[in-house]
Design a protein around this ligand. Structure first.
Ligand code: ZN
Length: 183
């Protein structure tokens, strides 16, 4: 069931009401339609070289997202992980320390924001096999987790920006990153 190739899904953009709703718990993890949705979400996030995607972003109002950290130009040391499905997640504990870093979102093309997040989070979720997992994520992966978790609550990164001065265009972001890499 798992090894099926997924198909690419349409991504909802800012302004579509689906992105602003609270999403429902997944009831049947083994359901064929849910497993297919997981395959399709993984295929879609890989296609755009993203590090995460949530079900509501593809018009499915359920508490499910994909975590797909891999090294990239911004985070050359980001852990490379096989994309995994996170189902019915809970954030159990958060670190005192908050860190700010750049985020983007497939649903908000062309925009980047400097967003404060907890440096680490202790979380609980179900895997696509239905296993309950308790884990602590830190740094970049913790950031992706919090960003995707927000989607399940109908929240977007722009809601968390401290100042509108912390929002920049993708074009300016690319300039910033390449100048940072040259240093
Ligand atoms: Zn997003």
């Amino acid at each position: 069931m798992k090894k099926q190739r997924g198909k690419l899904l349409q991504v909802a953009h800012l302004g579509h009401p689906i992105l602003r709703k609270k999403n429902k718990e997944v009831k049947d993890i083994n359901a064929f339609l849910l497993q297919t949705l997981i395959n399709d979400l993984i295929a879609t996030v890989m296609e755009v070289d993203g590090v995460g995607i949530s079900a509501p972003q593809v018009y499915e109002p359920v508490r499910l997202f994909i975590l797909a950290s891999h090294p990239n130009s911004r985070y050359p040391y980001a852990p490379k992980m096989k994309p995994i499905a996170i189902i019915n997640p809970k954030i159990l504990k958060t670190s005192d320390k908050i860190v700010k870093d750049w985020e983007g979102c497939l649903s908000i093309p062309g925009l980047r924001g400097l967003i404060p997040r907890f440096q680490s989070v202790q979380v609980e979720y179900f895997t696509r096999e239905g296993k309950k997992v308790k884990k602590t994520y830190t740094n970049f992966v913790a950031r992706i987790f919090q960003h995707e978790y927000d989607h399940l609550e109908g929240k977007l990164f722009i809601d968390r920006v401290e100042s509108s001065l912390d929002l920049i265009s993708e074009k300016e972001f690319q300039k910033l990153i390449s100048s940072r890499l040259k240093k």
